[in-house]
Design a protein around this ligand. Structure first.
Ligand code: NAD
Ligand code: MG
Length: 397
Protein backbone atom coordinates (compact mmCIF):
# COMPACT_ATOMS: atom_id res chain seq x y z
CA UNK A 1 0.00 0.00 0.00
CA UNK A 2 1.46 3.37 -1.07
CA UNK A 3 0.50 6.25 1.23
CA UNK A 4 0.07 9.53 -0.62
CA UNK A 5 -0.10 13.22 0.16
CA UNK A 6 -1.75 15.34 -2.53
CA UNK A 7 -0.70 19.00 -2.33
CA UNK A 8 -3.21 21.07 -4.29
CA UNK A 9 -5.88 18.35 -4.20
CA UNK A 10 -8.73 20.59 -5.44
CA UNK A 11 -6.89 21.75 -8.57
CA UNK A 12 -6.96 20.27 -12.02
CA UNK A 13 -3.97 17.96 -11.36
CA UNK A 14 -5.14 17.15 -7.81
CA UNK A 15 -8.59 16.05 -9.02
CA UNK A 16 -7.05 13.93 -11.81
CA UNK A 17 -4.69 12.34 -9.28
CA UNK A 18 -7.55 11.35 -6.98
CA UNK A 19 -9.46 10.01 -9.99
CA UNK A 20 -6.59 7.59 -10.72
CA UNK A 21 -6.14 6.75 -7.02
CA UNK A 22 -9.86 5.90 -6.70
CA UNK A 23 -9.49 3.33 -9.50
CA UNK A 24 -6.98 1.35 -7.40
CA UNK A 25 -8.27 1.19 -3.83
CA UNK A 26 -6.06 -1.75 -2.82
CA UNK A 27 -2.92 -0.03 -4.01
CA UNK A 28 -3.05 3.56 -2.70
CA UNK A 29 -4.17 5.17 0.54
CA UNK A 30 -4.48 8.94 0.95
CA UNK A 31 -2.52 10.20 3.97
CA UNK A 32 -3.17 13.93 3.52
CA UNK A 33 -4.84 16.44 1.20
CA UNK A 34 -4.35 20.20 0.83
CA UNK A 35 -6.32 23.03 -0.75
CA UNK A 36 -6.01 26.78 -0.50
CA UNK A 37 -9.58 28.07 -0.28
CA UNK A 38 -12.01 25.60 -1.91
CA UNK A 39 -13.15 24.19 1.41
CA UNK A 40 -16.36 22.50 0.18
CA UNK A 41 -14.49 20.55 -2.51
CA UNK A 42 -11.82 19.54 -0.02
CA UNK A 43 -14.46 18.40 2.47
CA UNK A 44 -16.05 16.18 -0.20
CA UNK A 45 -12.63 14.69 -0.98
CA UNK A 46 -12.08 14.01 2.74
CA UNK A 47 -15.43 12.22 2.93
CA UNK A 48 -14.44 10.03 -0.03
CA UNK A 49 -10.76 9.33 0.77
CA UNK A 50 -10.66 9.61 4.60
CA UNK A 51 -7.16 11.14 4.91
CA UNK A 52 -5.55 11.40 8.35
CA UNK A 53 -4.82 15.10 7.78
CA UNK A 54 -6.09 18.02 5.65
CA UNK A 55 -4.43 21.42 5.27
CA UNK A 56 -5.95 24.72 4.07
CA UNK A 57 -4.65 28.27 3.64
CA UNK A 58 -6.12 30.21 6.56
CA UNK A 59 -7.47 29.76 10.09
CA UNK A 60 -10.95 30.76 8.86
CA UNK A 61 -10.87 28.11 6.13
CA UNK A 62 -9.69 25.54 8.68
CA UNK A 63 -12.66 26.37 10.92
CA UNK A 64 -15.11 25.97 8.05
CA UNK A 65 -13.53 22.67 6.96
CA UNK A 66 -13.53 21.30 10.52
CA UNK A 67 -17.24 22.13 10.86
CA UNK A 68 -18.09 20.42 7.56
CA UNK A 69 -16.11 17.31 8.53
CA UNK A 70 -17.68 17.16 11.99
CA UNK A 71 -21.13 17.28 10.44
CA UNK A 72 -20.14 14.45 8.08
CA UNK A 73 -18.65 12.36 10.87
CA UNK A 74 -15.15 12.39 9.32
CA UNK A 75 -12.18 12.28 11.72
CA UNK A 76 -9.57 14.00 9.50
CA UNK A 77 -7.33 16.36 11.47
CA UNK A 78 -7.54 19.90 10.07
CA UNK A 79 -4.53 22.26 9.97
CA UNK A 80 -3.59 25.42 8.08
CA UNK A 81 -0.57 27.33 6.78
CA UNK A 82 2.80 26.67 5.18
CA UNK A 83 4.33 24.77 8.09
CA UNK A 84 1.45 22.31 8.04
CA UNK A 85 1.93 21.88 4.26
CA UNK A 86 5.61 21.08 4.82
CA UNK A 87 4.65 18.65 7.56
CA UNK A 88 2.19 16.62 5.42
CA UNK A 89 4.83 16.56 2.63
CA UNK A 90 7.57 15.17 4.87
CA UNK A 91 5.80 13.10 7.57
CA UNK A 92 7.23 9.60 8.13
CA UNK A 93 3.80 8.09 7.31
CA UNK A 94 4.04 9.33 3.67
CA UNK A 95 5.59 7.41 0.76
CA UNK A 96 4.68 9.64 -2.19
CA UNK A 97 3.90 13.34 -2.56
CA UNK A 98 1.97 14.74 -5.50
CA UNK A 99 3.28 18.33 -5.74
CA UNK A 100 0.37 20.05 -7.50
CA UNK A 101 0.13 23.47 -5.86
CA UNK A 102 0.32 26.18 -8.51
CA UNK A 103 3.18 28.68 -8.47
CA UNK A 104 5.82 29.72 -5.96
CA UNK A 105 3.47 28.81 -3.07
CA UNK A 106 4.40 25.19 -3.74
CA UNK A 107 8.14 25.65 -3.26
CA UNK A 108 8.44 25.13 0.51
CA UNK A 109 6.33 21.93 0.76
CA UNK A 110 7.85 20.44 -2.43
CA UNK A 111 11.32 21.13 -1.07
CA UNK A 112 10.31 19.60 2.27
CA UNK A 113 9.31 16.41 0.43
CA UNK A 114 12.67 16.41 -1.40
CA UNK A 115 14.65 16.87 1.81
CA UNK A 116 12.68 14.06 3.47
CA UNK A 117 13.60 11.65 0.65
CA UNK A 118 10.05 11.05 -0.56
CA UNK A 119 8.92 9.84 -3.96
CA UNK A 120 7.95 13.20 -5.51
CA UNK A 121 5.46 13.40 -8.34
CA UNK A 122 6.34 16.85 -9.63
CA UNK A 123 3.62 18.89 -11.34
CA UNK A 124 4.57 22.22 -9.72
CA UNK A 125 7.12 23.30 -12.34
CA UNK A 126 7.42 26.81 -10.84
CA UNK A 127 9.14 25.37 -7.73
CA UNK A 128 11.84 23.75 -9.87
CA UNK A 129 12.21 26.82 -12.12
CA UNK A 130 12.80 29.01 -9.06
CA UNK A 131 15.18 26.81 -7.15
CA UNK A 132 16.78 24.61 -9.90
CA UNK A 133 20.14 23.48 -8.58
CA UNK A 134 19.14 23.77 -4.91
CA UNK A 135 16.10 21.56 -5.45
CA UNK A 136 18.04 18.95 -7.45
CA UNK A 137 20.77 18.94 -4.78
CA UNK A 138 18.13 18.28 -2.09
CA UNK A 139 16.79 15.36 -4.17
CA UNK A 140 20.25 13.85 -4.62
CA UNK A 141 21.32 14.33 -1.01
CA UNK A 142 18.22 12.68 0.47
CA UNK A 143 17.86 9.95 -2.17
CA UNK A 144 14.37 11.18 -3.06
CA UNK A 145 12.87 9.79 -6.27
CA UNK A 146 11.72 12.52 -8.63
CA UNK A 147 9.13 11.63 -11.27
CA UNK A 148 7.92 14.31 -13.70
CA UNK A 149 4.16 14.80 -14.09
CA UNK A 150 4.30 17.58 -16.67
CA UNK A 151 3.27 15.59 -19.76
CA UNK A 152 6.32 16.68 -21.78
CA UNK A 153 8.82 15.80 -19.08
CA UNK A 154 7.05 12.56 -18.32
CA UNK A 155 7.34 11.74 -22.04
CA UNK A 156 11.05 12.64 -22.06
CA UNK A 157 11.60 10.54 -18.94
CA UNK A 158 9.88 7.59 -20.64
CA UNK A 159 12.07 8.18 -23.71
CA UNK A 160 15.28 7.95 -21.63
CA UNK A 161 15.16 4.31 -20.46
CA UNK A 162 18.97 4.20 -20.17
CA UNK A 163 18.95 6.16 -16.91
CA UNK A 164 17.53 3.29 -14.90
CA UNK A 165 14.50 5.11 -13.60
CA UNK A 166 16.23 8.21 -12.20
CA UNK A 167 16.06 11.63 -13.81
CA UNK A 168 19.64 12.08 -15.04
CA UNK A 169 19.92 15.72 -13.83
CA UNK A 170 22.68 18.17 -14.64
CA UNK A 171 25.55 16.45 -12.96
CA UNK A 172 25.32 13.39 -15.20
CA UNK A 173 24.69 15.17 -18.55
CA UNK A 174 22.32 12.92 -20.47
CA UNK A 175 24.86 10.84 -22.41
CA UNK A 176 24.14 10.11 -26.08
CA UNK A 177 21.37 12.68 -26.26
CA UNK A 178 21.60 15.04 -29.23
CA UNK A 179 18.45 17.06 -28.52
CA UNK A 180 15.39 17.16 -26.37
CA UNK A 181 12.42 17.96 -28.59
CA UNK A 182 9.85 19.63 -26.35
CA UNK A 183 6.48 19.66 -28.09
CA UNK A 184 4.02 22.53 -27.66
CA UNK A 185 0.45 22.86 -28.86
CA UNK A 186 0.91 26.59 -29.42
CA UNK A 187 -2.19 27.27 -27.31
CA UNK A 188 -5.36 29.08 -28.36
CA UNK A 189 -3.58 31.93 -30.20
CA UNK A 190 -1.25 29.98 -32.49
CA UNK A 191 -2.82 31.32 -35.67
CA UNK A 192 -4.73 34.38 -34.43
CA UNK A 193 -3.78 37.73 -36.03
CA UNK A 194 -1.04 39.13 -33.74
CA UNK A 195 -2.53 42.63 -34.06
CA UNK A 196 -5.68 41.44 -32.25
CA UNK A 197 -3.88 39.83 -29.28
CA UNK A 198 -4.04 43.02 -27.22
CA UNK A 199 -7.82 42.69 -27.01
CA UNK A 200 -8.17 39.02 -25.99
CA UNK A 201 -10.05 38.29 -22.75
CA UNK A 202 -9.07 35.95 -19.88
CA UNK A 203 -11.89 33.62 -21.02
CA UNK A 204 -10.41 33.38 -24.54
CA UNK A 205 -6.89 32.85 -23.14
CA UNK A 206 -8.10 30.08 -20.82
CA UNK A 207 -9.82 28.16 -23.62
CA UNK A 208 -7.07 25.70 -24.51
CA UNK A 209 -7.70 23.68 -27.70
CA UNK A 210 -6.51 20.31 -26.25
CA UNK A 211 -6.08 20.42 -22.46
CA UNK A 212 -8.35 21.36 -19.58
CA UNK A 213 -6.18 22.99 -16.87
CA UNK A 214 -6.06 25.58 -14.08
CA UNK A 215 -6.33 29.24 -15.06
CA UNK A 216 -2.70 30.24 -14.45
CA UNK A 217 -1.19 27.47 -16.58
CA UNK A 218 -3.86 28.09 -19.24
CA UNK A 219 -2.73 31.72 -19.61
CA UNK A 220 0.89 30.51 -19.57
CA UNK A 221 0.01 28.21 -22.47
CA UNK A 222 -1.53 31.10 -24.40
CA UNK A 223 1.64 33.24 -23.99
CA UNK A 224 3.84 30.12 -24.32
CA UNK A 225 5.52 31.06 -21.04
CA UNK A 226 4.40 27.59 -20.03
CA UNK A 227 6.74 26.15 -22.66
CA UNK A 228 9.45 28.56 -21.51
CA UNK A 229 9.11 27.34 -17.91
CA UNK A 230 9.19 23.78 -19.27
CA UNK A 231 12.46 24.46 -21.10
CA UNK A 232 13.99 25.47 -17.76
CA UNK A 233 12.35 22.45 -16.08
CA UNK A 234 13.85 20.14 -18.74
CA UNK A 235 17.27 21.69 -18.18
CA UNK A 236 17.22 20.74 -14.49
CA UNK A 237 15.61 17.33 -14.84
CA UNK A 238 17.59 16.01 -17.79
CA UNK A 239 20.92 17.80 -17.64
CA UNK A 240 20.38 19.52 -20.98
CA UNK A 241 21.91 22.94 -21.72
CA UNK A 242 19.63 25.53 -23.38
CA UNK A 243 21.09 24.81 -26.85
CA UNK A 244 20.14 21.15 -26.54
CA UNK A 245 16.46 21.89 -25.97
CA UNK A 246 14.32 22.60 -29.02
CA UNK A 247 10.67 23.62 -28.89
CA UNK A 248 8.55 22.09 -31.67
CA UNK A 249 4.97 23.23 -32.27
CA UNK A 250 2.70 20.21 -32.61
CA UNK A 251 -0.93 21.39 -32.56
CA UNK A 252 -2.51 17.93 -32.02
CA UNK A 253 -0.80 17.32 -28.59
CA UNK A 254 -0.50 13.60 -29.32
CA UNK A 255 3.30 13.32 -29.18
CA UNK A 256 4.05 14.61 -25.69
CA UNK A 257 7.78 15.14 -26.39
CA UNK A 258 10.78 13.35 -27.91
CA UNK A 259 14.44 12.62 -27.34
CA UNK A 260 16.76 12.67 -30.33
CA UNK A 261 19.93 10.56 -29.88
CA UNK A 262 23.37 10.91 -31.48
CA UNK A 263 22.83 7.69 -33.46
CA UNK A 264 19.85 9.21 -35.24
CA UNK A 265 17.15 7.47 -33.17
CA UNK A 266 14.24 9.56 -31.96
CA UNK A 267 12.17 8.17 -29.07
CA UNK A 268 8.74 9.59 -28.32
CA UNK A 269 5.81 8.99 -26.00
CA UNK A 270 2.32 9.36 -27.46
CA UNK A 271 -1.14 9.39 -25.96
CA UNK A 272 -4.43 11.21 -25.77
CA UNK A 273 -4.02 14.59 -24.05
CA UNK A 274 -5.19 13.66 -20.56
CA UNK A 275 -3.01 14.23 -17.48
CA UNK A 276 -4.18 10.98 -15.92
CA UNK A 277 -1.69 9.14 -18.17
CA UNK A 278 1.49 10.77 -16.77
CA UNK A 279 -0.07 10.72 -13.27
CA UNK A 280 -0.76 6.96 -13.46
CA UNK A 281 2.70 6.38 -14.94
CA UNK A 282 4.41 8.15 -12.04
CA UNK A 283 2.12 6.71 -9.36
CA UNK A 284 2.77 3.11 -10.40
CA UNK A 285 6.31 3.50 -11.72
CA UNK A 286 7.95 1.20 -12.79
CA UNK A 287 4.72 -0.77 -13.19
CA UNK A 288 1.73 0.24 -15.34
CA UNK A 289 -1.83 0.73 -14.11
CA UNK A 290 -5.09 1.75 -15.78
CA UNK A 291 -5.71 5.52 -15.75
CA UNK A 292 -9.18 5.83 -17.24
CA UNK A 293 -7.72 7.40 -20.41
CA UNK A 294 -9.00 6.01 -23.73
CA UNK A 295 -6.49 4.17 -25.91
CA UNK A 296 -4.98 6.32 -28.66
CA UNK A 297 -6.51 5.75 -32.10
CA UNK A 298 -3.95 7.05 -34.61
CA UNK A 299 -6.16 6.37 -37.63
CA UNK A 300 -8.78 8.66 -36.11
CA UNK A 301 -6.19 11.43 -35.63
CA UNK A 302 -4.77 10.74 -39.12
CA UNK A 303 -2.41 13.75 -39.27
CA UNK A 304 0.38 14.94 -37.00
CA UNK A 305 1.81 18.39 -37.77
CA UNK A 306 5.00 20.12 -36.69
CA UNK A 307 6.40 23.62 -37.08
CA UNK A 308 8.97 25.98 -35.58
CA UNK A 309 7.79 28.42 -32.91
CA UNK A 310 7.52 32.11 -33.82
CA UNK A 311 9.44 34.00 -31.11
CA UNK A 312 7.94 37.36 -32.12
CA UNK A 313 4.40 36.04 -31.65
CA UNK A 314 5.48 34.44 -28.35
CA UNK A 315 8.07 36.75 -26.73
CA UNK A 316 7.67 34.94 -23.39
CA UNK A 317 9.38 31.90 -24.88
CA UNK A 318 12.43 34.01 -25.76
CA UNK A 319 12.43 35.59 -22.29
CA UNK A 320 12.55 32.12 -20.69
CA UNK A 321 15.47 30.96 -22.87
CA UNK A 322 17.28 34.20 -21.93
CA UNK A 323 16.67 33.58 -18.21
CA UNK A 324 17.97 30.01 -18.47
CA UNK A 325 21.13 31.23 -20.22
CA UNK A 326 21.59 34.02 -17.65
CA UNK A 327 21.36 31.45 -14.82
CA UNK A 328 21.48 32.19 -11.09
CA UNK A 329 18.28 33.79 -9.84
CA UNK A 330 17.19 35.00 -13.32
CA UNK A 331 14.61 32.17 -13.70
CA UNK A 332 13.19 33.03 -10.24
CA UNK A 333 12.77 36.67 -11.35
CA UNK A 334 11.11 35.55 -14.57
CA UNK A 335 8.73 33.21 -12.73
CA UNK A 336 7.70 35.75 -10.08
CA UNK A 337 7.12 38.54 -12.62
CA UNK A 338 5.08 36.12 -14.71
CA UNK A 339 2.90 35.03 -11.78
CA UNK A 340 2.08 38.66 -10.93
CA UNK A 341 1.48 39.65 -14.57
CA UNK A 342 -0.77 36.65 -15.26
CA UNK A 343 -2.85 37.38 -12.15
CA UNK A 344 -3.18 41.04 -13.24
CA UNK A 345 -4.34 39.86 -16.67
CA UNK A 346 -6.87 37.46 -15.11
CA UNK A 347 -8.07 40.38 -12.92
CA UNK A 348 -8.43 42.51 -16.10
CA UNK A 349 -5.89 45.08 -14.89
CA UNK A 350 -3.60 44.65 -17.91
CA UNK A 351 -3.98 43.42 -21.47
CA UNK A 352 -2.66 40.14 -22.82
CA UNK A 353 0.32 41.68 -24.61
CA UNK A 354 1.29 43.58 -21.47
CA UNK A 355 2.14 40.29 -19.75
CA UNK A 356 5.39 39.93 -21.67
CA UNK A 357 6.15 43.65 -21.33
CA UNK A 358 5.88 43.51 -17.53
CA UNK A 359 8.13 40.45 -17.36
CA UNK A 360 10.71 41.96 -19.73
CA UNK A 361 10.82 45.17 -17.70
CA UNK A 362 11.33 43.29 -14.42
CA UNK A 363 14.09 41.00 -15.72
CA UNK A 364 15.81 43.91 -17.52
CA UNK A 365 15.83 46.25 -14.53
CA UNK A 366 16.41 43.95 -11.54
CA UNK A 367 19.92 42.56 -11.24
CA UNK A 368 19.96 38.80 -10.80
CA UNK A 369 22.48 37.14 -8.53
CA UNK A 370 23.76 33.74 -7.50
CA UNK A 371 21.12 31.23 -6.35
CA UNK A 372 23.25 30.08 -3.43
CA UNK A 373 20.39 29.59 -0.95
CA UNK A 374 16.61 29.31 -0.83
CA UNK A 375 16.57 32.59 1.11
CA UNK A 376 18.41 34.30 -1.75
CA UNK A 377 15.87 32.87 -4.21
CA UNK A 378 12.92 33.98 -2.06
CA UNK A 379 14.40 37.49 -1.72
CA UNK A 380 14.63 37.75 -5.52
CA UNK A 381 11.10 36.39 -5.84
CA UNK A 382 9.81 39.10 -3.48
CA UNK A 383 11.78 41.85 -5.26
CA UNK A 384 10.45 40.75 -8.65
CA UNK A 385 6.85 40.69 -7.38
CA UNK A 386 7.20 44.25 -6.04
CA UNK A 387 8.79 45.44 -9.29
CA UNK A 388 6.06 43.77 -11.36
CA UNK A 389 3.32 45.35 -9.22
CA UNK A 390 4.95 48.79 -9.65
CA UNK A 391 5.21 48.26 -13.39
CA UNK A 392 1.52 47.24 -13.60
CA UNK A 393 0.48 50.29 -11.53
CA UNK A 394 2.48 52.44 -13.98
CA UNK A 395 0.73 50.86 -16.98
CA UNK A 396 -2.70 51.45 -15.44
CA UNK A 397 -1.95 55.12 -14.62
P1 NAD B 1 -5.16 24.73 -10.31
O1 NAD B 1 -5.23 26.19 -10.25
O2 NAD B 1 -6.26 23.96 -10.94
O3 NAD B 1 -4.95 24.14 -8.82
C1 NAD B 1 -4.02 24.66 -7.96
C2 NAD B 1 -4.07 24.00 -6.59
O4 NAD B 1 -3.13 24.69 -5.74
C3 NAD B 1 -5.43 24.09 -5.90
O5 NAD B 1 -5.66 22.90 -5.18
C4 NAD B 1 -5.27 25.26 -4.93
O6 NAD B 1 -6.06 25.12 -3.79
C5 NAD B 1 -3.80 25.18 -4.58
N1 NAD B 1 -3.25 26.51 -4.27
C6 NAD B 1 -3.37 27.65 -5.01
N2 NAD B 1 -2.74 28.67 -4.41
C7 NAD B 1 -2.21 28.19 -3.27
C8 NAD B 1 -1.45 28.76 -2.20
N3 NAD B 1 -1.11 30.05 -2.20
N4 NAD B 1 -1.08 27.95 -1.19
C9 NAD B 1 -1.40 26.65 -1.17
N5 NAD B 1 -2.13 26.05 -2.15
C10 NAD B 1 -2.52 26.81 -3.18
O7 NAD B 1 -3.75 24.38 -11.01
P2 NAD B 1 -3.36 23.09 -11.89
O8 NAD B 1 -3.72 23.32 -13.31
O9 NAD B 1 -3.82 21.85 -11.22
O10 NAD B 1 -1.77 23.17 -11.82
C11 NAD B 1 -1.04 22.80 -10.66
C12 NAD B 1 0.43 22.72 -11.01
O11 NAD B 1 0.62 21.67 -11.97
C13 NAD B 1 0.98 23.99 -11.67
O12 NAD B 1 2.29 24.20 -11.23
C14 NAD B 1 0.96 23.66 -13.14
O13 NAD B 1 1.96 24.36 -13.87
C15 NAD B 1 1.26 22.17 -13.12
N6 NAD B 1 0.75 21.46 -14.30
C16 NAD B 1 -0.58 21.42 -14.54
C17 NAD B 1 -1.07 20.74 -15.66
C18 NAD B 1 -2.55 20.65 -15.93
O14 NAD B 1 -2.93 19.96 -16.88
N7 NAD B 1 -3.40 21.28 -15.17
C19 NAD B 1 -0.16 20.14 -16.55
C20 NAD B 1 1.19 20.21 -16.27
C21 NAD B 1 1.65 20.86 -15.14
MG1 MG C 1 3.29 20.57 -19.91
Amino acid sequence: MQRITVLGATGSIGVSTLDVVARHPGRYAVYALSAHSRVEELAAQCVQFRPARAVVGTAAAAERLAALLRAAGVKTEVEWGEQALCSIASAPEVDSVMAAIVGAAGLAPTLAAARAGKKILLANKEALVMSGQLFMDAVHESGAVLLPIDSEHNAIFQSMPQFGGRVPAVREQAAGVAKILLTASGGPFLTRDVATLDAVTPEQACKHPNWSMGRKISVDSATMMNKGLEVIEAHWLFGAPADQIEVVIHPQSVIHSMVSYVDGSVLAQLGNPDMRTPIAHALAYPERIASGVAQLDLTQIATLQFEKPDFTRFPCLALAFDALRAGGTAPALLNAANEVAVQAFLDRKIGFRQIDRVIAQVVDTLPHGAAHSIDAVLAQDAAARAAAQACIAGLAA
